[in-house]
Design a protein around this ligand. Structure first.
Ligand code: NAI
Length: 242
């Protein structure tokens, strides 16, 4: 039980990568809270996983995030792990990208991580322990046509990771990022087959990743074993980017 007595918050934990992280944390003995915009979906996930408390929270909403994180701390007296996983795509070529699509992706994927990180730092500093893992993307490192908003947000998240790691290290809080490549989830299921097969041909390991591939590394970074690792970006992409 590596995560016994630990309290964790996973944003966007109802499905995909976030759900897999929540599941592994529960298996390790942690008490897990998940943030979701759709409470019913989060309740369904919580009933499948066990020791998970679903909470309605849009990570892009600063006040709502702050209130819900206060609620977790009031209930448990601590908060050890934050996994900033919630993310969306609104793909389009720059020339056709609406301002609303730019704003939605930046406000969720980058602004959401800021809102949650800001809301946990006081408590983590007080307890002189914390682990924050930001789920960024290979696209933040290499760019992608049609994803200017997404790649800007994910690259920004890498910068946020490094600055937060420097600011919080003296309080024994580590901050790292995990950058998945192509992982089979609802987010990628909507991509056209021709794009998927073109992508597959470029992956040296010859297969797409699974949510568990990302969750395993994330959970290692949360564990006590990883206490000397901070400010790093780890790629999980089957060799797609080296
Ligand atoms: P997904 O779409 O299956 O899950 C994302 C979850 O985040 C959903 O439950 C969604 O409702 C939630 N969410 C979205 N906006 C939210 C908000 N404002 N507030 C609260 N929750 C919100 O996607 P997946 O694939 O599991 O992605 C998880 C993370 O991994 C995302 O940040 C994504 O950008 C990142 N990622 C995924 C890759 C992939 O190939 N699937 C590759 C690289 C990064």
């Amino acid at each position: 039980m590596v995560f016994k007595d630990r309290v964790a918050l996973v944003t966007g934990g109802s499905r995909g990568i976030g759900k897999s992280i929540a599941q592994q944390l529960v298996q390790g003995g942690a008490q897990v809270f998940i943030f979701a915009r759709d409470l019913a979906k989060a309740q369904e996930t919580a009933s499948q996983l066990g020791n998970v408390t679903p909470m309605q929270a849009d990570v892009a909403d600063f006040d709502q995030v702050e209130a819900q994180i206060k609620q977790i701390i009031a209930q448990t007296g601590k908060l050890d792990y934050l996994i900033n996983n919630a993310g969306i795509t609104r793909d389009n070529l720059l020339m056709r990208m609406d301002k609303a699509d730019w704003d939605a992706v930046i406000n969720t994927n980058l602004g959401g991580a800021f809102n949650c990180t800001k809301a946990v730092t006081r408590q983590m500093s007080k307890q002189r322990f914390g682990r924050i893992v930001n789920i960024t993307s290979i696209i933040g490192a290499m760019g992608n046509a049609g994803q200017a908003n997404y790649s800007a947000a994910k690259a920004g998240l890498m910068g946020l990771t490094k600055s937060a790691a420097r600011e919080l290290a003296s309080r024994n809080i580590t901050v790292n990022a995990v950058a998945p490549g192509f992982i089979e989830t609802d987010m990628t299921a909507v991509l056209p087959e021709n794009i998927k097969s073109a992508m597959l041909q470029q992956i040296p390991l010859g297969r797409f990743g699974q949510p568990e591939d990302v969750a395993q590394l994330t959970c290692f970074l949360l564990s006590d074993t990883a206490g000397y690792i901070t400010g790093q970006v780890f790629h999980v992409n089957g060799g797609l980017l080296m």
